[in-house]
Design a protein around this ligand. Structure first.
Ligand SMILES: Nc1ncnc2c1ncn2[C@@H]1O[C@H](COP(=O)(O)OP(=O)(O)O)[C@@H](O)[C@H]1O
Ligand SMILES: [Mg+2]
Length: 355
């Protein structure tokens, strides 16, 4: 097995003047499960396809282990890819679908049978090996697609939104299965999704892309607790972090009747600031920012209150998590303030983290 290195890897599609992936630097450890996440069109599939050898690398390099594979053909990279549409052959049995790539590369019949049986066992597909794909459920087809990759015993697995054809419940179940399977097999895996919840629950580390540019790579905890910029702050977490723009005042920003302290040097350099606070870090109290309640989303043990406040820059939406059974009504006025030490500060404009 092997790790993967993107070394300033760049892809500019012909006819485009901006790179689909720009200067991507990313090191994926041997055995690691790395998730690439970002909005649609941010360059996730392009990055994965560059690693697979299905897309040219216009600048920079890609390594698998110590080996530079930038100009190596896809079939010689020792990588197996699971696509979004499983592309199973309808006229072949499940077993033949799983063994197909091995047959093409000249592996012996007994060895193919052994590896298919082993993968079928791991994936709970043993009773279905003689069936055609069309008689399987969506979840089972997804597992056949996984099986096809597993039998090849690659050094790296690539998965591009492999769960997007499944319904919501099956998606949650299958993501746990894939994560468990990956840990058991210990094969370095790069997994692409636009769903930040999927990214956060599955990845050892998560890399966030925006407009072809890597924003941050880190553990789910690091991304959640210390996002490097306002984009990552707003993208990771649901409901999203509140990002509220304030004018700097003496000693900090005035959050209604409360003050959030800010370092002097930051205040001096930034007349306006974006203050980030997660919904669970807002507390309801006597002081703080007045928020008029628009919607209350009850979750049982707690609830999310969606409301709006008026800041000096104009109206702003605010989400707060409140606990307990006595919930505010629509139209009620709450005062909320961040728990001390829970806030994030970003620059207005480029959104860079300031503290
Ligand atoms: N074959 C292609 N030719 C030209 N542009 C492409 C091609 N594939 C993708 N793109 C563009 O490159 C950017 C990144 O696409 P993609 O990697 O598919 O994003 P994602 O997988 O994150 O949704 C998008 O702007 C997309 O329109
Ligand atoms: Mg894609």
């Amino acid at each position: 097995m092997a790790g993967v290195t993107f070394d300033a890897a760049t892809r500019v599609y012909p006819g485009s003047d901006t790179p689909a992936v720009a200067d991507l630097d990313l090191q994926i450890e041997d055995g690691e499960f790395l998730v690439l996440v970002g909005p649609s069109g941010c360059g996730k599939s392009t990055s994965l396809r560059m690693l697979a050898g299905l897309e040219a690398v216009d600048d920079g390099r890609i390594l698998v282990g110590d080996r530079d594979v930038t100009h190596v053909s896809p079939k010689d990279r020792d990588i197996a890819m699971v696509f979004q549409n499983y592309a199973l052959y309808p006229h072949m049995s499940v077993g033949d679908n799983m063994g197909f790539a091995l047959r093409i590369s000249g592996v012996g019949t007994d060895e193919i049978a052994r590896r298919v049986a082993e993968a079928a066992k791991i994936l709970d597909l043993e009773p279905y090996l003689d069936r055609r794909p069309k008689s399987l459920s969506g979840g089972q087809r997804q597992r056949v697609a996984m099986g096809r990759a597993i039998v090849r015993r690659p050094r790296v697995f690539l998965m591009d939104e492999p769960l997007s054809n499944l319904d919501a419940k099956l998606r949650v179940q299958t993501r746990t299965e894939i994560a468990a399977l990956q840990r058991r097999l210990g094969v370095t895996t790069v997994y692409v999704t636009h769903d930040q919840v999927e990214a956060m629950t599955m990845g050892d580390r998560v890399a966030v892309l925006k407009d072809g540019v890597l924003q941050q790579a880190g553990t789910p905890r690091e991304l959640y607790d210390r996002p490097v910029n306002a984009f990552v702050a707003g993208f990771i977490g649901s409901p999203a972090m509140n990002l509220l723009e304030f004018g700097a005042e003496d000693g900090g920003v005035r959050f209604g009747g409360a003050t959030v302290p800010v370092e002097r040097s930051v205040l001096a350099a930034h007349p306006r600031l974006l203050l980030g606070v997660r919904p669970e870090d807002l507390e309801v109290g006597d002081r703080g920012l007045p928020v008029e309640v628009d919607v209350v989303e009850e979750l049982g043990a707690d609830a999310y209150v969606y409301g709006h406040a008026v800041l000096d820059g104009g109206p702003a939406n605010v989400v707060a998590r409140v606990r307990g059974r006595s919930l505010p009504a629509k139209g009620a006025l709450l005062r909320v303030a961040p728990r001390p030490g829970s806030t994030h500060l970003f620059a207005v404009g480029d959104g860079a983290r300031l503290g």
